[in-house]
Design a protein around this ligand. Sequence first.
Ligand code: UDP
Ligand code: MG
Length: 310
Amino acid sequence: MRLLSVVVPCYNEEENIGLFYDELMKNQEFFTETDTEIEILYIDDGSGDKTLERIKELKEKDARVRYISFSRNFGKEAAMFAGLEKSKGDYVVLMDVDLQDPPSLLPEMLAAVKEEGYDSVATRRVSRKGEPPIRSFFARIFYKLMRKISRTEMMDGARDYRLMTRQMVNAILEMREYNRFTKGIFGWVGFRTKWLEYENVERVKGETKWSFWKLFIYSLEGITAFSTMPLMLASLIGVCFCIFAFIMIIFIIVRKLIFGDPVSGWPSLVCIILMVSGVQCFCVGIVGQYLAKTYMEVKKRPIYLVREEC
Ligand code: UDP
Ligand code: MG
């Protein structure tokens, strides 16, 4: 008998708790046949609606349901970490509660880990239908950029929906960083991963919790957590400007010697000053980003705080 932990982060998802449970239970026959026990671990990420009540109702009905409720909203990254930490299974799967991660894929995922010898089975969506075009556009740019500037493998369209062995979960739990970017962490820890592809599914009920701005900040998190290339870029820009200034100095001296010194050209001077100070601020900003992240890491604050668990 093997135990599978299903970890489900929820934030204001009262409508989806039950729907998710019903959909997951459609695999019950498969679980029984393959001698797999399950535990469903809901993480209530400081919801302000009836999410926790719904989870407790489910727990009354089914003893395999467990939950952790945070003292406030800590974000999906923290919820996933808490779920991995509190899970007891030999295998652990991370899933969204909005049914965008189809539970019907579970048998295939479990089989790949149990029979084909993989350590994890990850999923990626091959289409982004139903998503605002501008969001898809920037997501593509982000993954392209990440592939260039980071050595960690990151797939375009990769979801957090992933089934892992206990060994891989323990490896992830060793990474106790405060600024978490799980998609990068999965790649960083390595292990043998099988990729499953599926068409994008839209969420059943409710609204996405990620605004464009939140996603933008999250993408910066990803970049600073898994690449130091921007810092290198700042130095590189500095060097380019030095070379440019050197050439200009020689040019001006030569011009002075040959043509004398006609006093003109202050508009170009203003343009250069403006541009250079802009570039300087940009570079200081990059350094600031890394410094801020380092500051938060050094504080060693807990990743999440539990108010109630069962
Ligand atoms: N979620 C969470 N905490 C948050 C935001 C989201 O636990 O602060 C959960 C949410 O309940 C859902 C999953 O993370 O189960 C994915 O969120 P969402 O569907 O809003 O994101 P999207 O699928 O649009 O990327
Ligand atoms: Mg979703």
